[in-house]
Design a protein around this ligand. Structure first.
Ligand code: C2E
Ligand code: CA
Ligand code: CA
Length: 279
């Protein structure tokens, strides 16, 4: 049994080493992937829970790796955040989302809002504001149709400089959304000081609303909190009709999740926008 135990440990060690090597490799391959054109944006609809009308889309990055195939962001975004590769990548994401929004505007089918994820490191760059303004100018867009998704952690750990950046963005007309609401900090204090437009109730909470009373209670409280603060809200990760029903009964107006649509390619998103709703 002792032998087994030791083998087990060794096996575990070598697996860890493999994982570390793999992360290092991904980190190296990320460098230059932007200029090699290996990234693509997918879009997931955000719908009005009562009517199924699409009123927004969230842009989600995908990596078309020449050897590995389609790599999900969970396998490379955290690494890109550590190596700094998220900065050029995030810049590309913003520009590409703007380009696509221009296409949809020209077709007359643009969604009310297009949500873009921005990481902490990215919004800490001194050129962040200038870069996004340049993208808007290139594609002849105004900020009002664009929503910037920041996590609670980003807001809580923000420096004075970052805070003023977020405030200025909002004054310029961008919408600010708190991503994964309810998973980061237990303190709600930042809601009193930060003017935000929208809370996105985290999918980890939504996931359990129909089979766990505590999750249901927390989600209900989040819905009431947002409503009383006059902040828009949307539930993410809605996978079942039962979850959608619970949310709409509790007064949550918007939802996003596999129940409505997975993230889809720009072409598929164009078809969804033409239809205007999820059938
Ligand atoms: P997120 O911003 O919370 O995005 C939502 C994630 O949940 C997406 O995963 C989406 O595909 C997935 N999802 C949507 N509906 C459902 C559902 O009903 N059930 C389940 N189980 N999952 C659902 P994805 O695309 O793999 O992205 C993962 C994370 O990677 C994102 O989480 C975000 O933090 C990050 N990410 C993605 N794109 C970007 C980007 O362009 N920039 C930055 N900085 N981060 C990004
Ligand atoms: Ca997000
Ligand atoms: Ca989220």
């Amino acid at each position: 049994a002792k032998e087994d135990g030791r083998n087990c440990v060794r096996l575990h060690d070598s697996r860890l080493a493999d994982q570390t090597r793999e992360r290092v490799r991904i980190g190296e391959e990320l460098r230059g992937a932007t200029t090699r054109g290996e990234f693509e944006l997918y879009y997931q609809p955000q719908v009005d829970i009562l009517t199924g009308r699409i009123d927004g889309l969230e842009a989600l990055v995908r990596w078309n790796h020449p050897v590995r195939g389609l790599v999900p962001p969970s396998s490379f975004v955290p690494i890109a955040e550590r190596t700094g590769a998220i900065v050029p990548l995030g810049g590309w994401v913003f520009g590409e989302a703007c380009r696509q929004l221009r296409v949809w505007k020209d077709l007359g089918i643009a969604p009310k809002s297009l949500a873009i994820n921005v990481s902490a490191l990215q919004c800490r760059q001194p050129t962040f504001e200038r870069d996004i303004e340049a993208s808007l100018k290139t594609w002849d867009l105004t900020p009002d149709g664009i929503e910037i998704e920041l996590t609670e952690t980003v807001l809580m750990e923000a420096t004075q400089h970052q805070r003023s950046v977020v405030e200025r963005l909002r004054q310029l007309g961008f919408k600010i959304a708190i991503d994964d609401f309810g998973t980061g900090y237990s303190s709600l204090n930042y809601l009193t000081t930060y003017p935000v437009d929208r809370l996105k109730i985290a999918q980890q909470l939504v996931f359990q609303v129909t089979n766990d009373r505590r999750h249901a209670t927390v989600v209900r409280a989040a819905i009431h909190l947002a409503r009383d603060l006059d902040i828009e809200m949307i539930a993410e990760g809605v996978e079942t009709l039962a979850q959608a029903t619970f949310l709409s009964n509790e007064g949550c107006p918007k939802a996003q999740g596999y129940y409505y649509s997975r993230p889809v390619t720009a072409q598929q998103a164009t078809d969804l926008l033409r239809a205007g709703r999820i059938s």
